[in-house]
Design a protein around this ligand. Structure first.
Ligand code: IVH
Length: 671
């Protein structure tokens, strides 16, 4: 090939590839398939190999370069990399506003309000538009040269884009290098498969990856970057506000967070904080708070900075999803099907907005994997509605106790444990009369998604079992006021209330009853599908395997479980008793069943008539599902008071938005 043509093609290919990197990693809008991208890349590599002197220093093939031979070089930051002061409540945040207004002598101040990305700080130097240095923050004054890894981040342009042809002679951009949740899960899966230590969270994973010596490995970790500030701009780009800086970075092709907002009042800022906290879990990356910045540089200069942090910016931190605490004990719980589950009892600690005092360890393998024992200090994690999880042991107790595989206080079952599988992950208690299993079955039967008997909690159920007042779920319905008054913690009123709740539960639809009976493998959704297909208990109990499997989601295993369940004498006895006490055994024809079946609802804001949980249960009873985030699969977004960003998302995606009245019409039919 002629050199001149090769030169032209190398230039075009380099530009095309960088354009695709930009569309994919900065705009999140890829326009070609991965394979086509790979072909362009291969073609460019081939030409560069043939004409090495034509290879450009900003060639996309140079993103992943050679390994750094021996350790990372240290870098003295020309302008110190500060950190931010934290606030942990709106009151503390408001106190910051008061200081700012006082410092500026006015409350007419505009702000930039941005997600605080939970990653690692980095500083990127562009000289004449070319990326020449990438450094970690280090202690703020001295960091490490990680240019090789920064270049491997595809959302970082190697060369600034310049529409009008002007880029500053020098610009030092600062921002956050982070790993999104999906990449984090993948990295950890791979490490697990190789038997390597897992990263505790995406931030640690990003930090570790950024400091690798081999950019090829770092590149595989799929790091990303958002710019959030700058330290120097020389030669071009006279800007007066932070918002202008963000717009400029955006023009240069540097990724900035699309969730950044401008606000002109304290109330607006607080609204954005609330909104971001609501969105937090649905985001593809970890956000640990909100950063509020005074927008105008002149005002920033007036306020100045302390040794550690600027006075013109502050972080509002969300409630932590993680906390550390001590393991008081490890006990073994018996579930309603007899499975033994080890549970860690913890020194109570606040995490994700609630106090946590116990966490399931799932099975005995998990105990081994964590290497956990009584007295250890552990890292705990809880996100939103998700059950708390022990991530790892931080420091071990001086004296470590062997964990017993038998529940401490279940003497009646001592001889009846069997190993569920040869790996000894799960154990099951096979005593059919095991009182602890019975207690769990009753608790499940009375739970929210099942018969919803308010007041029938753990202590009540355990007392009933201990006194021998119940031996199956059917016995709940023959309990008398005297029975309850015989339990130490019941007085007249409480007993009457509970009896009332028991009576009310008799009218629940068949689907809830099926779920409450706790058939193996039959969850809420399958229960509903079975109830809809067979309408009443009698028909369901006589259904054959084929008929059962014609129901979506019911496969061989589930249908076998249902058949087995109905073939047992105990089941028949329970059903006879339930029927005798007037239990509803039919699935009502739901007004909106046809309309709502299989639909996905997302709730946002506060409803007046129902709590979120109640509204969710209503739609579930009608065969619909409840989603946490608005996606393309969402059918309806129900918007209550103070609805937030989910609404914008719904509008963007063209998803039907309904208000509370319309929702009520849907679930209860037109009045
Ligand atoms: S502005 C003068 N904006 O949070 C400090 N920081 O201690 C300017 N961070 O290490 C920082 N998201 O790397 C700013 N939108 C954002 C941020 C952000 C995350 C990090 C930053 C810094 C830490 C604050």
């Amino acid at each position: 090939m002629e050199k001149k043509l090769a030169k032209q093609e190398i230039l075009t290919l380099s530009q095309q590839i960088e354009e695709h990197n930009y569309k994919y990693y900065v705009l999140d809008q890829p326009v070609i398939a991965d394979q086509e991208y790979d072909e362009l890349f291969k073609r460019l590599s081939l030409l560069e190999a043939e004409f090495p002197d034509l290879k450009m220093s900003s060639s996309p093939t140079l993103r992943v370069g050679a390994k750094v031979a021996s350790g990372l070089k240290t870098i003295h930051h020309s302008v110190k990399m500060l950190s931010l002061d934290n606030t942990y409540s709106f009151d503390e945040l408001k106190a910051w506003f008061v200081r700012v207004f006082k410092g500026l002598g006015t409350d007419k101040v505009d702000f930039s309000v941005e997600p605080k990305i939970d990653g690692v700080s980095a500083s990127l130097l562009y000289e004449n538009g070319l990326l020449t240095l990438g450094a970690t923050r280090g202690d703020g004054e001295v960091g490490e040269d990680v240019t090789h890894n920064i270049r491997a981040i595809r959302s970082v342009p190697l060369e600034l884009r310049s529409k009008g042809g002007v880029v500053p002679r020098l610009i030092e951009v600062r921002g956050e290098v982070y790993m999104d949740k999906m990449a984090f899960a993948k990295v950890n899966d791979e490490r697990k498969a190789r038997g390597e230590d897992l990263f505790v969270n995406p931030r640690n994973a990003a930090s570790g990856s950024l400091k690798l010596l081999d950019p090829a490995e770092s590149s595989r970790r799929k790091l990303r970057f958002f710019a959030h500030s700058f330290s120097r701009i020389e030669g071009g780009g006279a800007i007066k506000t932070h918002a202008e800086f963000l717009a400029m970075a955006d023009q240069f092709g540097i990724a900035i967070n699309p969730l950044n907002r401008s606000c002109v009042s304290v109330d607006e800022v607080i609204d954005v904080c609330r909104d971001l906290e609501r969105q937090r879990q649905g985001l593809s990356y970890d956000v640990d708070g909100v950063v509020v910045k005074v927008n105008r540089f002149e005002a920033q200069r007036t306020l100045g900075e302390t040794m550690k942090s600027p006075r013109w910016a502050v972080a509002f931190k969300f409630q932590a999803y993680q906390a550390t605490t001590t393991v008081k004990d490890i006990v073994v719980q018996v579930g309603r099907t007899g499975v033994l589950t080890p549970v860690a009892e913890l020194e109570p600690v606040a995490c994700g907005g609630v106090t946590i005092s116990r966490a399931t360890l799932h099975n005995f393998d998990e105990i081994e994997r964590l290497g956990i024992s009584k007295g250890d200090r552990v890292l705990l994690e809880r996100a939103g509605d998700v059950i708390p999880k022990i991530v790892k042991v931080i420091s071990q107790a001086d004296e470590r106790a062997e964990v017993s595989k038998l529940p401490a206080n279940c003497s009646s079952c001592r001889d009846d444990f069997i190993d569920e599988d040869p790996e000894m992950v799960a154990y099951r208690c096979i005593n059919p009369a095991c009182p602890r299993q019975l207690a769990r079955r009753l608790l499940h039967f009375a739970s929210r998604g099942a018969m919803d008997i308010e007041g029938m909690g753990e202590s009540v159920v355990e007392a009933l079992v201990e006194k021998g007042l119940v031996s199956s779920v059917a016995d709940i319905y023959t309990l008398t006021k005297e029975d309850f008054l015989g339990l130490s913690f019941f007085a007249d009123k409480k007993a009457e209330k509970l009896l009332g709740a028991i009576e009310t539960s008799k009218a629940r639809p068949l689907s809830r009853l099926i779920f409450g009976l706790g058939i193996l493998n039959i969850g809420e959704k399958a229960s509903l599908l079975l109830a809809r297909r067979f309408s009443d208990m009698e028909t369901l109990s006589r259904a054959g395997a084929d008929e059962m499997m014609s129901v979506a989601e019911i496969g061989e295993v589930s249908s076998a479980a249902v058949l087995h369940f109905f073939s047992q004498k105990e089941t028949r006895d329970i059903l006879v008793k339930l029927s005798a006490c007037g239990m509803n055994m039919k699935e009502p024809e739901a007004v909106a069943a046809g309309l709502l079946f299989g639909k996905v609802f997302v709730f946002t804001g506060e409803l007046v008539r129902w709590t979120r949980g109640e509204a969710g249960q209503l739609v579930k009873d009608l065969g619909a599902e409840v989603g946490v985030a608005v996606t393309k699969k969402t059918d309806f977004v129900v918007a209550g008071e103070g609805a937030g960003s989910k609404l914008d998302k719904a509008r963007d995606l063209g998803i039907k938005i309904i208000n509370e009245e319309q929702f009520e019409e849907m679930v209860h039919g037109k009045k």
